[in-house]
Each structure stands twice: as C-alpha cells, then as structure tokens.
Design a protein. Structure first.
Length: 119
C-alpha cells in the first residue's frame, strides 16, 4: 500500500535504522542524511519516512509531507551554511533522469559553483 515500508527499499531500511546513515536532521515525517557518494561539499538527501516511489507520487498522495520535505531542504541549507551562497534542490525522477533509488528524495547540493543548465 502507498506509504507503507517496502522490505526491498534501501531508504525504508535507513528510516527503520536497519542500514546505517549519517543523519543530520529528522522531523516527525522526514529524515535527512549525507549522500554516500557526495557530488558537492554539501550533499544531503531529505526523504519522507513514508515510502513513495518519487516526488510526484509523494505530492499526489501526501501533499503535506511533500511540503515537509521542501521545508526541511531549506532548513538543511541553513544548517549547512549554503543558504547565502546558493544551493540546489533536485528530485531526479525516472531512471532516464538518473533516479536509482525509488523512494522519493530531495538532493540538497551546495558549497561549490553549480552550473546551469545541469547535466
Ligand atoms: P538518485 O540517483 O537520484 O536516485 O539518488 C540516490 C542517491 O542515493 C545517490 O546520490 C546515492 O549516492 C545515494 N545513496 C545510495 N545508497 C546510499 C546510502 N546507503 N546512504 C546514503 N546515500 C546513498
Ligand atoms: Zn522506501
């Protein structure tokens, strides 16, 4: 069922504490942790605790939690001191766009120059 933990999902396992992660922030509905393969000095993933395959599915099913993810992304930027220099919030959606983990997540990237358009 939408939102329920999936036994084969890496990020559900991080939420459950079954896979270790460097957690930097947590709310009632979200967890934020450092990306294991950082692409910038700040590279934090913000995920809903509930399982949804991607950001669009999350927003359709639980819009309040989608808003929580966006708010937490901004709080992470402040916590990591990249709000002033600028940062990027990315939701890769679909394998053609580079999504590899099918549990919705926001990448918060900052601490270096970020090119536009992205690759
Ligand atoms: P995406 O490619 O947009 O689906 O993003 C998935 C992200 O999860 C990638 O940037 C990976 O480096 C990251 N990742 C994969 N496994 C882990 C893990 N165990 N802990 C933290 N980040 C991870
Ligand atoms: Zn999941």
């Amino acid at each position: 069922m939408a939102g329920e933990p999936q036994s084969d999902c890496l990020f559900c396992k991080i939420v459950a504490g079954e896979v270790p992660a460097t957690i930097v922030r947590e709310s009632e509905t979200t967890v934020a942790f450092r990306d294991i393969n950082p692409q910038a000095p700040t590279h934090v993933l913000v995920i809903p605790k509930a399982h949804h395959a991607d950001a669009a599915a999350l927003a359709a099913a639980e819009p309040g939690i989608a808003a929580d993810v966006l708010r937490e992304a901004g709080e992470i930027a402040a916590q990591e001191n990249v709000r002033g220099s600028g940062y990027r919030v990315v939701f890769n959606t679909g394998s053609g766009a580079g999504q590899t983990v099918f549990h919705a997540h926001a990448h918060v990237l900052g601490g270096r120059g970020l090119e536009w358009p992205p690759g």
